[in-house]
Every structure is written in C-alpha cells, then in structure tokens.
Design a protein. Structure first.
Length: 136
C-alpha cells in the first residue's frame, strides 16, 4: 500500500542549500507537500519532532527533523495509521490492529429472496412514477 512519496532528496534540492542546512517551515511544507499548520500540529503530537526555534519563534528544521516528518507523513497518509498508532510505531512498538487501520465491517445478513420481492415491487413502482413525472 505504500506509495513512493517525497524523499529527503526533495528537500536537499531546494534552493541549492547544503544537505545539512536548516530549513524553514515554509521550505519543508512546500518540498513535502504538507501544510504549515499540519507541521505545527505534528510538533504538538509527536514529542520527538522538535525543530530549533530562534528569535521570534521562527522554526528551523534539521535534516533529521525532515526525515521524521517524512516518516510521520508516510504512516498517517499512506499507511493509514491514526496519530496514536503512528506514535506507537515510531516508538518501536507494534500498533494494535484497531489503531493501524479501520476495523473490518461486520458481516451483513442478507434477507431471504422471498422477503425482498415486495420491496423490489415497491421500488419499481417509485421508479415508474418518477419516469412518468420526468416525461411530463
């Protein structure tokens, strides 16, 4: 299910900066296709994501921060993890099945064919009345 997503090389190529250079939140957001408010939310939810902050609260992401953001994006948007499941996966634990993916739908019991006949007749009557109304 994993799709190839933006890699760290997408960040490295931005503006001809050195691979080890710090990136602003705008540069990271643009390079990875993730909105800035989402990055700020992930900083609150994932304790290991802590960019450097300078005067005025401006964020600067290190290459290891960018790698972590890429991994969080993969877990949440490509693998379908919840935030809780992604946190657990990043800590090295195995997320529970219910956290990693939506639970399977319960089996639907189908009514016997005999009991469906009146419903089918009723629905066909509605369809016929609608067709007549549209022709008028």
């Amino acid at each position: 299910m994993s799709e190839p997503g933006p890699s760290d090389t997408a960040i490295i190529a931005t503006e001809g900066k050195d691979p080890g250079a710090l990136r602003t939140i705008g540069e990271v957001a643009k390079a990875l296709g993730i909105r800035q408010h989402v990055l700020r939310y992930w900083e609150e939810q994932f304790p290991s994501l802590r960019p450097l902050t300078r005067a005025g609260g401006r964020r600067y992401y290190r290459p290891e921060d960018v790698a972590l953001i890429t991994e969080i994006d993969r877990l949440l948007h490509r693998e379908g993890y919840t935030v809780k499941g992604a946190k657990q996966a990043l800590r090295g634990g195995k997320p529970k099945q219910t956290e990693a993916a939506a639970p399977a739908q319960p089996a639907v019991k189908h009514a016997p064919v005999d009991s469906a006949a009146p419903l089918i007749e009723f629905l066909q009557g509605i369809r016929d009345r609608l067709a007549t109304a549209l022709e008028a």
